[in-house]
Ligand binder design. Structure first.
Ligand code: ADP
Ligand code: ZN
Length: 519
């Protein structure tokens, strides 16, 4: 049971206005602030731009002591500190690549009884590797001055997440050493299994979880097959929809970034394609100074478009990013959600366009019927009941001829297959068996011997996967998230919902789906 949190001290309310200039709270901010100020360990899932920072920055104005914030990127930390100092909130940070004398000065301040800092930011490797820091934290704690520990981008703790950082694993030590200090873990991306992993690794106790919808209604999604002239398409898309606006183009490799940036700028002599966009590239092979230069130029609107690998991401809080284009497929749907999440943080309309080719197939982009929003949210275990997002994705707004087809037989077979394999396997495996795959994994489990092996041979991969997904959406099957040593990394296995499945298998319910008429 969640304790009920109603009111915040009036001083907190006043400071929200006075210090942070906010006239109200965003969803969940108030309850999170209240829970952490009441001393609970708290896990917060809030979409990018939801206002996570306030949930630990406001309490420092009310509670005595120092808040320790663990944050993965120095650039992100510097940005935060700049804002805090502007608001007259004393804050400092320690990182491994800082001058030793500077570090010493900050540590000395921490020892003082009148330590001026309200917030101390550190990178995770600092916690993992610096005994000096731990000793100072112990001293603060001993004097009752360690108010709260904040773990930002907490999904980095989990190996099952898309952004695992080994140093985050070490953060479990904090709760061991500072049992009584409340921990606030914040992230914009976590599936159920990642959340479990984080809570366990950090050693959170009776943790209160706040989670809010991951739907971002102001983002418009579309998926476009990648043609040879992809860059022409991108150029046209930007000029028609986002002329002179600011955006990110995610590319796969360092070389792609440079190539795309160069082409869109059109600086290549004797190249007829003069697109004339103000672009720059950003990737992990540039040194820190170059990267921060590019990011600053972009933040100040001196360039419009950054062509980047996923190295560009965390900690970008430019509010008016109007488009995020994926020039190649994201690594996972979680990563995709996160990368798209950088668009439209000001709440205004923004576009997310994914260019894909069949060679880099994922079921999300291959699906050209179901609502994009529904598919993304389903991944986070969230149901998007509306079914149609009001035409803010390409699939919902497509006018195309769909033909209805009764797929009851296939649906029954899929349910049977889930049962006959013991409800231990993922949807992709079930689909493989159903469509007659003879992969090693199939053979290892002798699934080629099942009577339903290959029963769905006549269906296209996309069709079979739509039927299966429909069974999940409509609760005939459930995806059970589970970490398993036997079947590989984290996986979700399909379970049968007996009462619903019985209706289907006994012929009392039929399933009709709409398919594009071309299929
Ligand atoms: P997150 O870390 O969740 O991505 P931030 O903490 O960076 O989000 O906040 C995103 C933006 O929203 C910031 O510009 C912040 O000032 C603003 N913001 C946060 N809370 C509020 C609020 N209650 N009212 C108005 N603006 C807010
Ligand atoms: Zn839609």
């Amino acid at each position: 049971m969640h304790p009920q949190f109603h009111s915040l001290p009036s001083i907190a309310l006043a400071n929200n206005k006075k210090v942070f200039g906010n006239h109200s709270f965003r969803p969940n901010q108030r309850v999170v602030i209240n829970a952490t100020m009441s001393g609970y360990d708290v896990f917060v899932l809030m979409p990018t731009g939801g206002g996570k920072s306030l949930t630990y920055q406001l309490p420092v104005l009310v509670c005595p002591g120092i808040t320790l914030v663990i944050s993965p990127l120095v650039s992100l930390i510097q940005d935060q500190i700049m804002h805090l100092l502007q608001a007259n909130i004393p804050a400092a940070y320690l990182s491994a690549n800082m001058e030793w004398t500077e570090q010493q000065e900050i540590l000395r301040e921490l020892c003082s009884d009148y330590c001026k800092y309200k917030l101390l930011y550190v990178t995770p490797e600092k916690v993992a590797k610096s005994d000096v820091l731990l000793r100072h934290l112990e001293s603060l704690n001993g004097r009752g001055l360690l108010a709260r520990i904040v773990i930002d981008e907490a999904h980095c703790v989990s190996q099952w997440g898309h952004d695992f950082r080994p140093d985050y694993k070490e953060l479990g030590i904090l709760k061991k050493k500072f049992e009584k200090t409340p921990v606030l873990a914040l992230t914009a991306t976590a599936t159920a299994s990642v959340k479990e992993d984080v809570v366990q690794a950090l050693g959170l106790v009776d943790c209160i979880v706040f989670r809010q919808s991951f739907n971002r209604p102001n983002l418009w999604y579309s998926v476009i097959p990648k043609a040879k002239k992809c860059l022409e398409d991108i150029d046209k898309f930007i000029k028609e929809n986002h002329f002179d606006e600011c955006g990110i183009i995610y590319c796969l490799s360092r070389m792609d970034c440079e190539k795309v940036a160069e082409k869109l700028q059109g600086i290549v002599e004797c190249d007829q394609t003069e697109f004339g966009h103000k672009t720059a590239f950003y990737h992990g092979n540039m040194d820190a100074a170059q990267r921060s230069f590019v990011q600053k130029q972009w933040s100040k609107d001196e360039i419009n478009i950054i062509c980047a690998t996923v190295a560009f991401g965390m900690g970008i809080n430019k509010p008016d990013v109007r488009f995020v284009i994926h020039h190649s497929l994201p690594k996972s749907i979680e990563g995709y959600h996160q990368e798209c999440g950088r668009a439209g943080r000001d709440g205004q309309r923004a576009s997310c366009v994914l260019y894909y080719s069949y060679s880099d197939y994922v079921s999300y982009s291959e699906n050209d019927v179901d609502c994009r929003r529904l598919l993304q949210l389903l991944h986070f275990g969230e149901k998007f009941d509306a079914g149609n997002c009001g035409n803010t994705c390409d699939n919902c707004s497509k006018i195309k001829t769909l033909v209805e087809r009764d797929v009851t037989e296939s649906a029954k077979q899929l349910v049977e297959l889930v049962k006959s394999t013991g409800q231990h396997f993922s949807s992709s495996h079930i689909l493989e068996v159903y469509r007659g795959s003879l992969s090693q994994f199939v053979k290892r489990h002798r699934h080629e011997n099942l009577s339903l092996h290959g029963a769905g041979k006549h269906l296209a991969k996309g069709e079979a996967s739509r039927i299966l997904r429909h069974l999940v959406i409509e609760d005939f099957l459930a995806e059970d998230v589970k970490k398993s040593d036997i079947y590989g990394s984290v996986s979700s296995v399909l379970k049968v919902n007996e009462s619903k499945a019985h209706k289907l298998c006994s012929g009392r319910q039929r399933i009709v789906l709409r398919f594009p008429s071309s299929v």
